[in-house]
Write a protein that binds this ligand. Structure first.
Ligand code: MRU
Length: 391
């Protein structure tokens, strides 16, 4: 795989995603031809990461409309903006249900709905309305890379300045940063959020080492973050989710940087399961804890973490591991075969398995929320973070 990874590639109206269930051993691009395909890919986690799923959902809508415009005869639902809206609305409703915690998807859907509503209210033709929806949908995906680079730069500079100002590091010294899950190119349309910040530190010569957790049960860390950091050549160390406390006791960790699936109005943040544990331990060790996310992950309509819907994945997923047979022998021209193994006893009851995909880190444990618009600092560990400057 090329050094610069991507989760989605497009060529004209064609969309392909890299099947993240098969990474890192098998790189398989799969076509996404319809919004239903996008739904299935998101639900099954062939694509994951809050910004990436929003991009794919939006691009799948754009593709459907673009193909319809080119068709002869055009479908009846292109006869007016009103008919278009009636056709697209249930498609959006369906996409919305694919994964409930990541708010980026619902923000993208809101943007598309707003265009549908406007074009309908103004009586646009079906073709004009479809063009407007396509433009807006493609913008959801296109805007992502630039803002990721911006928040990564802003967050890295801010963090280094803080650590220098409080004497944790000397000017110019490199830092070690711990992250959770995968928030890099594979989780976004490119560069990444928290992993983008780490990448930026590396690019400017200020990263000592990246630490990352396995992020069981899906192993976004072991499989995806490992792949990205190895590909970029970033010095990195993986640890099991249970080892964060030990790491902080025995190694210098200057900061924790994580992504987010949803940041509530008061700064409470939903992210990959295990993030809360890392935040509690960071507090205990006096380590700054940064949430790095685009504005589209901020959700002022949700007052606090208590109201964030937390997705529970199928219980079975918590007792499965994916990989290739050990030891891995790579033969030229032979693609490794993935095996999925069950770790728990065969008669384990599915009701006996707890498998939330995300947890909520309370704002008081978060030192700063970094977006492309700047940094909302929480220097005193207040119970709510004022996000107004970064919205
Ligand atoms: O279940 P996943 O893999 O979609 O969870 C992903 C995360 O929790 C990420 O940290 C979050 O979506 C931000 S990705 C830039």
């Amino acid at each position: 795989m090329a050094p610069s990874m991507t989760s989605i590639r497009t060529s004209g109206d064609n969309i392909e995603i890299v099947d993240q269930l098969l990474l890192p051993h098998i790189v398989k691009w799969v076509p996404v031809e319809t919004p239903d395909d996008a739904f299935d890919a998101i639900k099954s986690m062939k694509i994951r990461g809050a910004p990436a799923i929003a991009s794919l959902a939006a691009l799948s809508v754009a593709r459907e409309l673009s193909l319809a415009l080119a068709a002869s005869p055009q479908p009846e639902w292109l006869s007016s903006a009103s008919a278009l809206s009636a056709h697209v609305s249930p498609v959006l409703d369906h996409l919305f249900t694919s994964r409930p915690t990541a708010v980026n998807l619902s923000q993208a859907i809101k943007r598309i709905r707003a265009v549908l509503a406007l074009t309908k209210a103004q009586g646009w033709t079906g073709a004009e309305a479809a063009e407007a929806v396509i433009t807006e949908s493609r913008a959801v995906a296109d805007e992502d890379v630039g803002r990721n680079k911006e928040m990564s730069r802003v967050g890295a500079e801010w963090l280094l300045a803080q650590l220098e100002a409080n004497g944790t590091i000397q000017p110019g010294e490199s830092i070690n940063v711990l992250t959770v899950c995968n928030t890099g190119s594979l989780a976004t349309s490119g560069y990444g959020t928290a992993l983008g910040l780490i990448t930026h530190l590396w690019e400017i010569g200020r990263l000592g080492r990246a630490f990352y957790t396995q992020s069981a049960p899906y192993h976004q860390g072991t499989r995806l973050t490992a792949l990205e950091l190895l590909t970029l050549g970033v010095p990195s160390t993986m640890l099991c989710d249970t080892m964060v406390g030990s790491l902080m006791q025995h190694y210098k960790v200057h900061a924790v940087a994580v992504g987010a699936d949803r940041v509530a109005k008061n700064g409470d943040t939903a992210n990959k399961i295990g993030t809360y544990n890392a935040a509690v331990l960071a507090k205990r060790h006096g380590i700054p804890f940064l949430v790095v996310a685009p504005c589209s992950t901020l959700d002022p309509a949700t007052p606090s973490g208590e109201q964030i819907p937390i997705e529970h994945r199928p219980p079975l997923e918590a007792v499965l591991a994916r990989g290739v047979e050990y030891p891995l022998t790579i033969e030229a021209g032979v693609e490794p075969k993935q095996v999925v193994v069950q770790i728990a006893p065969p008669n384990i009851s599915l009701e006996g398995i707890y498998n939330p995909s995300f947890d909520v880190t309370p704002a008081e444990l978060i030192t700063a929320v970094v977006t492309e618009k700047g940094v909302a600092h929480n220097p005193t560990g207040a119970q709510a973070i004022d996000l107004s400057s970064v919205l």
